[in-house]
Design a protein around this ligand. Structure first.
Ligand code: F6R
Length: 243
């Protein structure tokens, strides 16, 4: 694991964006695994700026997002479809047909998850998977316990996660959907490279558990330590719990 601790959040965000950009420029048909959440907002801002200012080309890039809530339509401002369109896709020259997120409105969610895995395989697998970390130690929405061989599936969200994400739902955890579709830990571990980004003091404890605690299904982010090509970018605050 390559651990990089940056002096402040913006430098960490810039580094994450430039790592993604260099993966994109080193492949003719890059396949990116994307994450959402507050941490990633700045990454997408910097990527959009790299497109605008330096001509970073998205025209041959395909994307697969980690997760989506069950029961939110794509044009619902609280959905991850909307988030991605708003923060990244509408600002860059990506082909809409190359953008993939699980469909949480599907009639048959199991079939949707199977189809999502098949689409990742058809694209040749994910080159670089971007990851945040939740208060429960989740990557994607892999709440504890999530065995490391799990695949894309429908999960029930932990109450702590629904609290963590309440700001998008008028501050009321009761409004946060109870279920989501997420890539599994096994799906994530198959990406050729992983890039986990965490910022701020609120992440310090869970970052320390993930990077220095026991490796196991109680903290799904600990799985990244089993991956041969994994980069972790932290700011000083999120690294403050490390020994
Ligand atoms: C969302 C996702 C989650 C978030 C995590 C951190 O697609 O995969 O694992 O990355 O919950 O969220 P923030 O950045 O809002 O703290």
């Amino acid at each position: 694991m390559r651990l990089i601790i940056m002096p402040d959040p913006d430098i960490a965000l810039r580094l994450a964006a430039s790592e993604i950009a260099s993966h994109m420029t080193s492949s003719r048909h890059p396949v990116l695994g994307l994450a959402t959440g507050r941490t990633m907002e700045g990454v997408y801002g910097h990527l959009a700026a790299l497109h605008e200012r330096d001509g970073l080309d998205f025209s041959t890039t395909s994307t697969f997002n980690l997760d989506e809530y069950v029961g939110l339509s794509q044009d619902d401002p609280r959905s991850y479809h909307y988030y991605m369109h708003d923060l990244l896709f509408r600002h860059v020259n990506i082909d809409p047909a190359s953008v993939h997120l699980p469909d949480g409105m599907g009639q048959d969610l199991d079939a949707e998850c199977t189809a999502y895995e098949a689409a990742i395989s058809r694209a040749g697998g994910i080159d670089l998977q971007l990851l945040g970390i939740g208060d429960t130690g989740h990557i994607g929405f892999n709440e504890p316990p999530s065995p490391f061989d799990t695949r894309t599936r429908c999960v029930t969200l932990n109450d702590k996660t629904r609290e963590q994400n309440a700001s998008m739902f008028g501050g009321d955890p009761a409004q946060v959907p109870h279920q989501a579709l997420t890539m599994g830990v096994g799906t994530i571990l198959e990406a050729r490279h992983l890039l986990l980004l965490a910022l701020g003091t609120a992440k310090a404890d869970i970052v320390a558990k993930a990077l220095e605690g026991e490796v196991g299904p109680q903290v799904s982010a600990s799985a990244i330590r089993l991956h041969a090509r994994c980069t972790v970018i932290l700011d000083k605050a999120s690294a403050s719990g490390l020994s």
